[in-house]
Ligand binder design. Structure first.
Ligand SMILES: Nc1nc2c(ncn2[C@@H]2O[C@H](COP(=O)(O)OP(=O)(O)OP(=O)(O)O)[C@@H](O)[C@H]2O)c(=O)[nH]1
Ligand SMILES: [Mg+2]
Length: 336
């Protein structure tokens, strides 16, 4: 994950040992120069680092204007949404401009930290689903929705498995009665995981299935209801009306929007459109393992103003990670 963005940022694995970037204390009025090898290293970060060093850690906006513009281009090429790329560079500008740095402070750390802080700010805090469930009246009802093929059904199965592993009881509702084979697909997952499934026939009213699922949970004191639903685009009026009906009937406590990281900026735009039509409470981003660019993962929560809750990182049932900013930060800034 994120290899593309990492390389473009010049954060990729270095073949030769990294040059010592600590700036030696210069004699009065001399300007410290970076190591020659440092200059040759590719990536925009090294350009800013050079500036930081040459200006003795007191930067003006003008000094870093061009480098921040280059950073913005790198972020846009990595599918980071435009307003998010702007927010990141703005945060960096605020952190870097006009501040007096200690001369012995590593330029590497100064610039990389500023970028790290900026990305942390746009990523948000995430959402602790387990503590939400523990502190909420049971059953907690969660509806999964989003466009076709993004990973809703797989995410329902993975999250059911995750919640069970956290000691919570789960029932799944087969709310996709629309696509041929959808009921069978979720049935296979639930059988493998030993999870109770409530299903009707193909073509049945999904509201009725999910109503029954909630009734089952109430009767059996089940902690959580996870409701699968058919894929739909925000502009398909009939399917959106059906979703409204589902919401009125099952009264979900949380609506999770599921999209795939591989859709890049499209996922961000779709999430925004979906959010306007159906107010959601959180985002699950799947197929992060297949997306080297990483833009959607950085952008989606910031753009719609709702937290990232989980990242889908593979095909196995354990490949669903509760989102924390460090999951992404470590991928981008951590050692390979
Ligand atoms: N690599 C990878 N594949 C995933 C991930 N999540 C889902 N998939 C795959 O994506 C495909 C579609 O997943 P589904 O769960 O059927 O998607 P859906 O949103 O329910 O699809 P519809 O019900 O048709 O709208 C399947 O082949 C999944 O195995 C993930 O995190 N990583
Ligand atoms: Mg599905």
């Amino acid at each position: 994950m994120f290899e593309g963005l990492k390389n473009k940022l010049g954060l990729g694995k270095k073949k030769t040992p990294a040059p010592e970037t600590e700036v030696p204390a210069p004699a009065a009025h001399t300007i410290a120069k970076p190591e020659p090898e440092e200059k040759k290293a590719p990536g925009f970060l090294n350009k800013i680092k050079t500036l930081v060093v040459e200006h003795e850690f007191v930067l003006s906006e003008k000094d870093i204007e061009e480098s921040l513009f280059e950073l913005q281009m790198v972020l846009l090429e990595s599918d980071v949404a435009y307003p998010v790329a702007e927010a990141i560079t703005e945060h960096m500008k605020k952190e870097l401009v006009g501040t007096h740095r200690k001369l012995r402070e590593s330029a590497d750390d100064v610039v990389t930290d500023a970028l790290r802080h900026a990305i942390e700010k746009v990523l948000g805090e995430g959402f602790d689903l387990v503590s939400y469930i523990k502190n909420h009246e049971k059953p907690v009802k969660i509806l999964f929705t989003g466009v076709n093929g993004t990973g809703k059904t797989t995410s329902v199965a993975k999250i059911a498995h995750y919640l069970q592993s956290q000691g919570l009881s789960v029932v799944v509702g087969a709310g996709d009665t629309f696509r041929a084979g959808a009921i069978e697909q979720i049935r296979v997952h639930c059988e493998r995981l030993g999870i109770k499934l409530i299903a009707h026939q193909e073509g049945a009213d999904p509201s009725a299935v999910l109503y029954d699922t909630v009734e089952y949970a109430k009767a059996h004191k089940t902690d959580v209801v996870l409701a699968d639903s058919a894929g739909r685009f925000h502009n398909r009026v009939n399917l959106m009306n059906q979703l409204e009906k589902i919401k009125r009937v099952m009264k979900p406590d949380l609506v999770f929007y599921v999209d795939e990281a591989v859709a890049g900026n499209d996922a961000v735009i779709r999430a925004e459109e979906f959010e306007k039509t159906v107010s959601t409470d959180g985002v699950i981003l799947t197929k992060v393992d297949m997306d080297p660019k990483g833009g959607a993962a950085i952008s989606i929560a910031y753009t719609i103003g709702k937290p990232l809750v989980f990242l889908g990182v593979g095909q196995g049932y354990d490949d669903m990670k509760p989102f924390t900013p460090s999951l992404i930060i470590d991928e981008i800034f951590g050692d390979d």
